[in-house]
Write a protein that binds this ligand. Structure first.
Ligand SMILES: Cc1cc2nc3c(=O)[nH]c(=O)nc-3n(C[C@H](O)[C@H](O)[C@H](O)COP(=O)(O)OP(=O)(O)OC[C@H]3O[C@@H](n4cnc5c(N)ncnc54)[C@H](O)[C@@H]3O)c2cc1C
Length: 398
């Protein structure tokens, strides 16, 4: 009998397991893989991630592992405008300027798992959760397969951190696609890409976009996000990637001398949301709760921050009453308060991506109003609450 079972050893699950173990709770962290599996990801961490990673003692290890600071973003519109946007000078940790980070998931995820284990969580690899164990109308544990054997684990709380296609989310209720965002991403590593320095770059095309992240001195992570209806499945994803990238004005030139280091990977549909975020004895964090789009790159922030919120909601109960099952009824409201404003804002940005004339107007407006641009970067970088990113404030308040 565990205090907490965390399903999924990605950023969300490892952060929750580290924080709960540090508080003195008995935590097991289950993952269907032997070690964190490769992820389709732009590998950009927003500045808001840094204080959370610092809080679990990981930031210096990430820097030692080669994480590269990013000063901001450069946006290139389909009409040829360029907008350079840096993160706020005073928004970083220890009074330093705010920075994002570029780091390969192949480095980040194992370091997060090490942190959870060092804090006392027990890691159970190769355990694929297939079902929840219910007792008296509440979740009392999980059922899954390890080395061909079906095993039940029981706990006072189950945290579903098993990413998109979450088994825990599906067993708790329905997972809904976004009403109008229906996109697919192609992500690959390229060498020989022409780059602009320590910044992420977004290239807007006609209802599609590309993101370029200078992940190591030689390698560039490039993601293309296209409508699913425009995506023609093919065995040669490198060719499809280069053909699609060639339709995005600025990106075409950057790839003139590039070569794919490994074939791009494809993932979609991207946007969905779990309707039920908590049940008696269980809750969902990270991608298991939902995902919108990689445009503003806050998936890892949402994973880390939702883990923090979950722990804030349950830890004192779990520590005070040492046997009773947890009922995380405060969690859904806390989750919605934190993330829904950003989702609404990002959905509107997606509307602008869909309408290039609107994107041109927005970019030229922001270029004329640096204070607004700085506020936008603080919000997009997860440094200020997303509710302060309301469109009318961005457009009309200087
Ligand atoms: C194209 C694309 C680009 C992106 N780019 C960025 C970016 O640049 N920056 C950013 O911040 N975010 C980005 N994201 C989002 C980011 O990758 C995710 O939000 C993040 O990985 C979520 O972390 P997580 O811990 O919730 O889930 P995951 O990282 O997916 O981890 C889930 C874990 O659960 C395990 N698991 C799954 N099912 C089971 C099961 N049944 N039983 C046991 N274990 C299970 C898996 O093995 C995995 O280890 C991008 C997403 C996409 C699609």
């Amino acid at each position: 009998m565990w205090d907490v079972i965390v399903v999924g050893a990605g950023p969300a699950g490892c952060t929750a397991a580290a924080l709960l173990s540090r508080a003195g709770l008995r935590v097991t962290l289950l993952d269907k893989s032997a070690a964190p599996p490769p992820k389709v990801c732009g590998e950009y961490l927003s500045p808001g991630c840094l204080p959370i990673l610092d809080g679990i003692g990981l930031l210096s290890s990430l820097r030692d592992a080669g994480a590269r600071p990013l000063n901001g973003m450069v946006i290139h519109t389909a009409g040829g405008r360029t907008l350079e946007a840096t993160y706020p000078r005073d928004g970083g940790i220890q009074g330093l300027p705010a920075r994002g980070l570029a780091i390969r998931r192949a480095l980040l995820d194992p370091l997060l798992l090490d942190t959870a284990i060092k804090q006392g969580a027990e890691f159970a690899p190769n355990f694929q959760v297939s079902d929840l164990v219910w007792k008296d109308g509440r979740v009392a544990g999980v059922r899954g397969r390890r080395r061909g054997q079906m095993i039940n684990h029981r706990a006072r709380l189950v945290i579903g951190a098993d990413g998109r296609n979450s088994a825990v989310a599906r067993r708790m209720g329905t997972v809904q696609p976004h009403p109008w965002l229906d996109k697919i991403a192609l992500v690959g590593y390229f060498a020989g890409v022409e780059r602009s320095g320590a910044v992420g770059e977004i290239f807007l095309g006609r209802d599609l976009y590309g993101i370029l992240n200078p992940i190591t001195p030689e390698l560039t992570n490039i993601g293309l996000v296209v409508n699913r209806r425009d995506f023609a499945a093919t065995a040669d994803l490198t060719r499809l990637f280069l053909e699609t990238a060639a339709t995005v004005p600025g990106l075409r030139n950057r790839l003139a001398r590039a070569r794919a280091v490994q074939p791009p990977r494809c993932l979609g549909p991207l946007a969905y949301r779990s309707r039920r975020l908590a049940a008696r004895g269980a809750l969902l964090i990270g991608d298991a709760a939902g995902f919108l789009d990689p445009f503003t790159g806050e998936g890892i922030y949402a994973a880390l921050r939702s883990a923090e919120i979950a722990v804030e909601c349950v830890v004192s109960f779990l520590l005070t009453d040492c046997t009773a099952p947890a009922d995380p009824q405060d969690f859904p409201l806390a989750w919605r308060r934190e993330f829904l404003p950003k989702w609404r804002f990002c959905a509107k940005l997606q509307y602008a991506v869909r309408h290039p004339a609107l994107a041109e107007c927005l970019v030229s407006h922001l270029a004329r109003h640096p204070a607004l641009l700085s506020r936008l970067m603080a919000g997009v970088g997860d440094l200020i609450p997303a509710r302060e990113l309301a469109w009318h404030r961005l457009l009309f308040r200087r």
